[in-house]
Design a protein around this ligand. Structure first.
Ligand SMILES: *Cc1c(COP(=O)(O)O)cnc(C)c1O
Length: 436
């Protein structure tokens, strides 16, 4: 029998719900593999490779591969199931309201051009108790912009103990090089004192003293680091790259500070101690969209905002809109409106009850993690279920995929990172994976 034409085969698998050119790619792959009957499977595979929702049952709250902080109402796509196979792909409005523009760069008072970062600036500066704030695309961009705007062709003093790679290839010395600032190493790997920075300032042209939070590793034992308050007395502005971005160590949005946050520096406290600027990510402990935030002295923030690189680093309105929602929730002290904190603060007994109610697997106490390189070694008590054997691959084939973790031939499903509304989905995925 002659193989079907690519076009005929693509039309035959239209049920998968992809635009025709993508069905053609799937059909062509199936024919090339000598198995035209696999075209629908190819198309499903292609569909699942597109950006889509996933259930995070790993217990890692800020999972770098699962989009770091979870966001509410961001997944506008329908699940990928057969029953939804004709759901259109792409953005769908939240409701049937009219299509509207925004005042992204429009000053409503004067009717003239406004600034896209002014909306968030007031909110973020208020939250961190400082003068001004600027939003860019991620924290790597924030650090690069600060160094380019404030230290180009000049020295930046950094402790040898903080010349680290933070993950995803963010290496402090390389960022320095790209920004045109010159790295001046001070101290030793395990011990750096304020006097080491002071000596550098006396001998060299130092524009900034930079501190970098060694997010994903910890030096223990015979160690010493200079604190921000001591560095602030030396002279040049102190910039502290906090990375994970806990806004306030007292966690007023929770009422109390959870034990697992112990030792994590807050943006508010770092600025109050004398840092001229702090930088952090929007999608780590802040629990917002991917963004980089620069907060601090108004003149330094203004120098960053007017640097030519800002044009390349500026975020779009979707990000600024999501970040504004999160900032407003913090100002209302409404942790429940920020999915990261809502999940982080659920009492472990409540998770244990949900685990029992799943009616599948073996209920178990587990340990969750903040993730994204923040708070290494700090465990968050949690609960979920365990399954004998490695069922991770089977759970991923479910629709939506359930991502679990496997410890020595035991599959662990941690409910801390699962929205309660998804518990029935998780139970169905487990039953399917176990062939029940
Ligand atoms: C995560 C991190 C970064 C990079 O942040 P991105 O938002 O991923 O670019 C930079 N510095 C520190 C200290 C970090 O922890």
């Amino acid at each position: 029998m002659r193989p079907p034409s690519v076009n005929d085969l693509a039309l035959r698998i239209a049920d998968v719900g992809l635009p025709h050119p993508l069905l053609v790619i799937a059909a062509r792959a199936a024919i090339a593999a000598g198995d035209p009957d696999s075209a629908a499977d190819e198309a499903h595979r292609l569909r699942r490779s597109l950006l889509g929702p996933a259930i995070n049952a790993t217990g890692v709250l800020l999972h770098t591969n699962l989009g770091r902080a979870p966001l509410g109402q961001q997944h506008s796509r329908a699940p990928l199931g057969q029953q939804h196979s004709r759901a259109p792909l792409g953005l769908e409005p939240d409701d049937d309201g009219p299509v509207r523009f925004s005042n992204l760069e429009f000053d409503l008072a004067s009717g003239r051009r406004g600034s896209r970062t002014s909306h968030a600036s007031l909110l973020l500066a208020t939250l961190t108790g400082t003068e001004a704030a600027l939003v860019v695309n991620n924290c790597a961009a924030a650090v690069t912009l600060v160094l380019a705007a404030l230290a180009r062709d000049r020295g930046v003093a950094v402790s040898r103990g903080e010349l680290v790679e933070i993950g995803g290839g963010f290496r402090v010395p390389e960022v320095m090089e790209q920004s045109g600032a010159r790295l001046v190493e001070v101290g030793t790997t395990n011990r750096t004192r304020a006097a080491d920075y002071r000596a550098a300032v006396e001998q060299d042209d130092i524009a900034l003293l930079l501190k970098v939070h060694p997010s994903n590793y910890r030096i223990t034992g015979f160690t010493e680091e200079a604190d921000v308050a001591d560095l602030a007395k030396i002279g040049p502005p102190v910039v502290s790259d906090l990375g994970s971005g806990l806004l306030d160590e007292r966690c007023p949005w929770l009422g109390t500070r959870p034990d697992w946050l112990a030792g994590e520096p807050g943006a508010r406290q770092t600025l109050a101690a004398g840092a001229a600027l702090v930088t952090f990510s929007g999608d780590k402990l802040m629990g917002g969209p991917q963004a980089g935030i620069i907060c601090g002295n108004a003149d330094l923030v203004a120098a960053c905002a007017s640097h030519p690189l800002m044009r390349a680093f500026r975020p779009g309105s979707l990000v600024l809109d999501a970040l504004q929602s999160v900032a407003l929730a913090y100002l209302r002290r409404d942790a429940d409106a920020i999915p990261f904190w809502r999940m982080a603060k659920v009492p472990v007994d409540e998770l244990a009850q949900r685990a029992e109610a799943l009616g599948v697997g073996q209920p178990a106490r587990t340990t969750a993690l903040a993730g994204a390189g923040s708070l290494p070694g700090q465990e968050i008590p949690s609960a979920g279920i365990e399954l004998d054997g490695d069922h991770a691959a089977a759970l991923r084939t479910f629709d939506p995929p359930v991502i679990a973790r496997v410890n020595e031939q035991t599959t662990v499903i941690d409910l801390r990172t699962v929205d309660p509304a998804d518990d029935t989905v998780v139970a169905a995925a487990v039953r399917q994976a176990l062939g029940q």
